[in-house]
Structure formats: structure tokens, C-alpha cells
Design a protein around this ligand. Structure first.
Ligand SMILES: Cc1ncc(COP(=O)(O)O)c(C=O)c1O
Length: 426
């Protein structure tokens, strides 16, 4: 059992994300293994959200523990400007080989927000370096790209960033494409591109996670990307959530045949062990920075950029992902989620259920909608009381299994969700 004085220190002195006045005491996790989080009072809670979408292989996976230990004994950190190391080289080589698209350079940073911040700065400076005045950014309504200022600006305006509205640069937001609006959207965009100089278009490919797991079609996104490319608008895929097989493929954009110009990665990149961001780009982007003119340099660098521990983990996690057994396991999870979604859609009228690869999302149809819906607390506490961590986005419940979930464990979560939905008034 934890000392209650320690818990007091947490409650009194540690500022956790999304803390509010009535925030209850935080659950104290002593250790975690596989799908389980262990609390100080002996509870075993199933982590059904991959630890805020970062964990891929399960907690404390032995291959990752050993990669981290080995690397810590060799080299824990070195300045990444003017210096390099083997884990950075290993991850870069394997990632560039694994993706179906022809990317050329990877810029490392610390998290998802910095990965997108770097991408946005790269796009703006790409035009600046050529003396061309392209200063506008295009994004989707409902977008979320992180909490730093550039990332917030690229995200939809909402209660989350309201205090900062005066400081956010202007962005043009377009609706998510659908069968109903795609032709009109493309035609409006074509008119806009012909008259306005957009630097780039940033998007969460195929699914907007934070907005409530809003899924849209690859074929529509591909047409928007192709139009952007026709007008030289740099396309930036924010794969912070979708990367590393969440959608069944290494990258969500690999469900298309057109490669965006820049890709942002984080969250699952280290298997959930350490923070790391990566911004991957095509050769032509980098070429605009390759100059004898020092003022064309990309002056962006974090102290922990290219951290060897994080990169050793990223390399170990990628090797695990590419193993035949992991690939089979991921496909099995995709099938189980799709079957369960079909079952729920048939059984219940008061939900909208959807899957994209390993991601299952269930929107509870209610007049109480959105992130601040009261259903959020009801759902969260219902499952937590059964030792399952499912943290809904308002009235949207989602299940994001780590790839170590067995068929029995998947079924256990599915049955729990089914019986919860059964109890809701229809
Ligand atoms: C699509 C997307 N981009 C960026 C971010 C920000 O990542 P981080 O929380 O690591 O800064 C998130 C976080 O949820 C995300 O879902």
C-alpha cells in the first residue's frame, strides 16, 4: 500500500492534464504488465486504450525492456547537432524501408505536438526559403494536431484553445469529405487554390481521433491530396495517432496510392515507452533547406532531439511490428473489431458503430453530445468499476487494443461493452 502522505503530495502539488476543481484522487499505478495496470491497493485494471494511444505491444514488453536496458548502458544521450548514433540510423533505415512511400529525411523531436509543429514550420519555411509568399494553411474542421501554438492554430477552434484564440494564426478550415460533399468540396478548393497561396494542408488521415473518432474515406482524401499536389500545396499527414498499424497498415495513408509530402509520427513510435516525435519528408522538401546560405537552415532543435534511448525503443518496436506473428495478430484484431462492430450495429439502434483497422468506435446517439457530454463520466466510471480502463471522448466510446490482446481478452472487453449498451435506455 502507498503511504497516504505521498498521495497527498500528488493531490496537492502535481498538476495533471485536465485537472479540474473536483478531480478525484488519482489512481496510483505501481507496475504494469501486458494488458494490466496494477494499483497500490491490489487492483488489476485492463488498459483498453493503450495508455492514451501510445502503447502497441503491451506494458513492459520484454523485448523493449531489454532494448532500453542495453541502450542505457551504452549511450543515454548526446547532442544531436553535429553528432549521431546507431539507434537513430537503425530506426531510420528500417522505417524508410518499411513504408511503401518514397520518403527521404526524418527530423526527430519529442512528442506529437512537436512533430506537427515541425511539419508546419517546414512547410512555411519551404516557401520562405524560395522567396515565395505562401503563408496560408488549410486544415479540416474538427482537427486536432496538438497543444503547442502552431499545432493549436492548425486545430479547429474549440473550448480547448479558446483562451488562446487571439494568438493563433489564421487557418482555413474545410469540412471532412463525404460521398455527399466531395464534388462540391473539390470544386471550391480548386477555385480557392487558383486565387490564394496556400503553403500547406494538414490532416489526420482517415480518422480524427480527438474529435470523437470521426472516420472518413481514403478515396476522398486521396483526391484532395492530388488536388493539393496539382497546386503545389504541401500535404502534411498527421499520423501521430494512426501510425504504426492502428488502421491495419504501417501508415493510414498507405490505404491510398498517393504519398503525402510530410508525415508526422509519435505516440506508438517507441511502443509507448518513451516520448519521441518524428517528422518525415520527401526529398524535395529538404532540398529547399540545403543551401550555402546559412539563413536557409531549419533552426529548430530540442535538447532531447534524437534521444538514443527513445530511438533504440523505436527500432525495437518496429522490428516487433514487422514480425510475421505480430502482423497476423494485428489482422486478427482488425477482424474481431469489424465483426463486433457489425454485431452491435445490428443489435442496437441508439448507437453509431464503426471500425478502422484495430480501432473500434461507438457513438451513443444522444442529445447530450460532444466532448463535455455527461455520458463521458458515466461510461468511464462504469467500466473502471469493472477494472477496465475505457476513457470515452464525450459520448463516443472507443476500444483501442494493444496488439498483445488475445482473442479471449478481446471477447471479454466486447462482452463488457455489449452489456453496458444493453443497460442504456434505447
Ligand atoms: C492526431 C494527433 N496529433 C497530435 C497529437 C498531439 O500529440 P502529443 O499529445 O504527443 O503532443 C495528438 C494527440 O492526441 C493527436 O491525436
Amino acid at each position: 500500500m502507498t503511504n497516504s502522505l505521498d498521495k497527498n503530495i500528488d493531490h496537492k502539488h502535481i498538476w495533471h492534464p485536465f485537472d479540474a476543481i473536483d478531480t478525484p484522487e488519482n489512481l496510483y499505478i505501481t507496475h504494469a504488465q501486458g494488458i494490466y495496470l496494477h494499483t497500490d491497493d491490489g487492483r488489476k485494471i485492463i488498459d483498453a486504450i493503450g495508455s492514451w494511444w501510445v502503447n502497441l505491444h503491451g506494458h513492459s514488453h520484454p523485448a523493449l525492456v531489454s532494448a532500453l536496458k542495453d541502450q542505457a548502458e551504452r549511450l543515454e544521450h548526446v547532442i544531436f547537432s553535429g553528432f549521431t548514433h546507431q539507434p537513430a540510423i537503425d530506426f531510420t533505415r528500417e522505417f524508410l524501408k518499411a513504408t511503401q512511400y518514397p520518403y527521404d529525411k526524418i527530423f526527430f523531436s519529442d512528442n506529437g505536438s512537436t512533430a506537427t509543429e515541425v511539419a508546419i514550420k517546414m512547410a512555411f519555411q519551404y516557401w520562405y526559403n524560395q522567396g515565395k509568399a505562401r503563408t496560408k494553411l488549410l486544415a479540416f474542421e474538427g482537427a486536432y494536431h496538438g497543444d503547442t501554438f502552431g499545432a493549436m492554430a492548425a486545430g479547429d477552434r474549440s473550448s480547448f484553445n479558446k483562451p488562446f484564440f487571439p494568438f493563433l494564426f489564421e487557418v482555413t478550415f474545410i469540412p471532412l469529405p463525404s460521398d455527399d460533399n466531395i464534388e462540391e468540396l473539390l470544386s471550391k478548393l480548386e477555385t480557392q487554390f487558383a486565387t490564394e497561396a496556400f503553403a500547406g494542408f494538414i490532416f489526420e488521415p482517415l480518422i480524427q481521433g480527438a474529435a470523437g473518432m470521426r472516420i472518413y474515406k481514403a478515396k476522398h482524401l486521396e483526391r484532395i491530396i492530388q488536388l493539393c499536389q496539382k497546386y503545389q500545396v504541401i500535404t502534411i499527414a498527421d499520423e501521430v495517432f494512426t501510425g504504426f498499424y492502428r488502421t491495419g497498415k504501417l501508415l493510414a495513408t498507405e490505404h491510398m496510392h498517393t504519398a503525402p509530402d510530410i508525415v508526422c509520427l509519435s505516440k506508438g513510435i517507441t511502443g509507448g515507452f518513451m516520448p519521441l516525435g518524428a517528422t518525415v519528408c520527401k526529398e524535395y522538401i529538404y532540398k529547399a533547406f540545403e543551401s550555402t546560405d546559412v539563413y536557409k537552415t531549419f533552426f529548430h532543435g530540442h535538447s532531447y532531439t534524437g534521444n538514443p534511448l527513445a530511438l533504440a525503443l523505436a527500432y525495437a518496436s518496429l522490428k516487433l511490428l514487422l514480425k510475421h506473428n505480430t502482423q497476423i495478430q494485428i489482422q486478427k484484431i482488425c477482424t474481431l473489431q469489424a465483426n463486433f462492430s457489425a454485431y452491435l450495429s445490428q443489435k442496437y439502434k441508439h448507437i453509431r458503430c464503426n471500425t478502422l483497422g484495430t480501432i473500434l468506435s461507438i457513438e451513443i446517439i444522444s442529445s447530450d453530445q460532444g466532448y463535455f457530454s455527461n455520458l463521458k463520466e458515466t461510461i468511464y466510471h462504469y467500466f473502471l468499476s469493472q477494472d477496465i480502463l475505457l476513457r470515452p471522448l464525450g459520448n463516443v466510446l472507443y476500444f483501442l487494443p494493444m496488439y498483445c490482446f488475445t482473442e479471449t481478452e478481446m471477447e471479454f472487453i466486447h462482452t463488457s461493452i455489449d452489456s453496458f449498451l444493453d443497460k442504456l435506455p434505447q
